[in-house]
Design a protein around this ligand. Structure first.
Ligand code: NAP
Ligand code: MG
Length: 399
């Protein structure tokens, strides 16, 4: 069979532990036999990040900005234990945080739906994509313990030294205070990224905050979204038959549960943190959740939403058989190749991505899956496969 040719390379960011093992098998069994793969390779494995003082992460992000499409393997975010384990020179930042900051991106997470793995919510028929704002609020806060009676105020001092003050509270006993902030520019980038993504997916966009209570802070988010929608997106959404829908966060939660899915749900930083874990679980499994980082100027980085599956990797190192789910990592590859194909007008590459995804879904729907899915499958007869067996079953299905 003739291989599908590529014109522009995809930026390939290799990673750590079990997902690094899976990465190589996916390439060898599911991509290289079918595609004349062109990648610009960056090794983001922790050892190489340490050797390069983390420069490789910055280089990889710059390459993603230049070439426009990247695929990333899960990576270790070092902590004290990892520092010891890998004898690191220092505690590096999370690669995802570094890449997200350099690309000024928004992360979209979408579940992969397949028959036999049913969402916990009966009405959900289509995926719900979560978009979480990744700047500010409680993640960049300033907090204070108040030990006793006194007055707490917010003070803003402008460039000329003029002060604006707001009373927070007159304390008559001990308590706590917190100051948080956000930036118009960051909220605008977030709004544009969400609208661009929803437009491409031909889906409605939902956004929700608590503006009835937070009449300045959350109201700013609401106002920015409305303005950008009216001025830049309404017409294009309407051409697709889609809408932008704003509602209060508590109303949104109730509506999401009653919905049949098939839309993008944008949320502020904290709401997105909490809701995306709930949605991942409600759709069935974190191992079936994809993730794509999109910059406001339309650059894409695809990955799985889960981590490096450390526990399975240690079993693998001891020579024990593992049954690690590779679906989200395969979909990261198919997502990146499809996007590359779309940008290059390479229809062969786009249909390869479709074929690869169908093969994965057909394999699972046919009862062959890894242990995590076998444990929750509603199919009458299920075969639990090892990490390698599952990927080979997908290859067999493709051929
Ligand atoms: P994890 O790798 O997501 O795994 C947590 C547990 O979830 C696993 O032990 C496993 O449960 C289950 N699981 C996750 N993915 C699975 C898959 N593909 N197939 C089957 N089961 C799966 O999270 P972690 O163990 O907390 O983190 C490990 C490392 O990943 C850390 O160093 C962290 O920094 C890093 N991390 C990276 C990213 C990223 O690069 N995007 C994201 C999160 C975490 P059982 O053990 O019960 O089978
Ligand atoms: Mg979280």
């Amino acid at each position: 069979m003739e291989k599908i040719m590529m014109t522009t390379p995809v930026v390939e960011m290799d990673g750590d532990e079990m997902t690094r093992v899976i990465w190589q098998i996916i390439k060898d069994e599911l991509i290289l036999p079918f595609v004349d793969l062109k990648t610009e390779y960056y090794d983001l494995g922790l050892e190489h990040r340490d050797e390069t003082d983390d420069q490789v992460t910055v280089d990889a992000a710059m390459a993603a900005k230049k070439l426009g499409v990247a695929v990333k393997c899960a990576t270790i975010t070092p902590n004290g234990a990892r520092m010891e384990e890998y004898k690191l020179k220092k505690l590096y930042k999370s690669p995802n945080a570094t890449i997200r900051a350099l690309m000024d991106g928004t992360v979209f997470r979408a579940p992969i739906l397949v028959s036999g793995i049913d969402p916990y919510v009966r009405t959900w028929k289509k995926p719900i994509t979560m978009a979480r704002h990744a700047y500010g609020d409680v993640y960049k806060n300033s907090e204070m313990r108040i030990e006793g009676p006194g007055k707490a105020e917010i003070v803003f001092t402008d460039e000329n030294g003029n002060e604006t003050r707001n009373l927070i509270h007159e304390f008559d006993g001990p308590g706590i205070v917190q100051g948080i902030h956000n930036l118009d520019a960051s909220i605008e980038s977030f709004a544009r990224a969400c609208m661009t993504y929803a437009l491409e997916q031909k889906q409605d966009l939902w956004f929700s905050t608590k503006d009835t209570i937070s009449k300045v802070y959350d109201d700013r988010f609401k106002t920015v979204f409305e303005k950008i929608y009216e001025e830049e997106f309404r017409e294009k959404f309407e051409q697709n038959g889609n809408t932008y829908f704003y509602t209060l966060i508590d109303d949104a939660v109730a509506r999401v549960i009653r919905s049949e899915g098939g839309f993008v749900w944008a949320l502020k930083n904290y709401d997105g943190d909490v809701m995306s874990d709930m949605m991942a679980t409600a759709f069935g499994s974190l191992a079936m959740m994809t993730s794509v980082l999109v910059s406001p100027d339309g650059k894409y980085e695809y990955e799985a939403a889960h981590g490096t599956v450390q526990r399975h990797y240690y079993k693998h190192l001891k020579g024990e058989e593992t049954s690690t789910n590779s679906v989200a990592t395969i979909f990261a590859w198919s997502g990146a190749l499809r996007k590359r194909g779309e940008l290059d007008g390479n229809t062969g590459l786009v249909s390869f991505a479709d074929r690869l995804e169908s093969a994965v879904l057909n394999t699972i729907a046919g009862g062959e899956m890894t242990g995590d899915l076998a444990a929750i499958s509603t199919l009458p007869s299920v075969k639990k496969l090892s990490t390698l067996q599952f990927i080979l079953a997908v290859r067999n299905n493709m051929e």
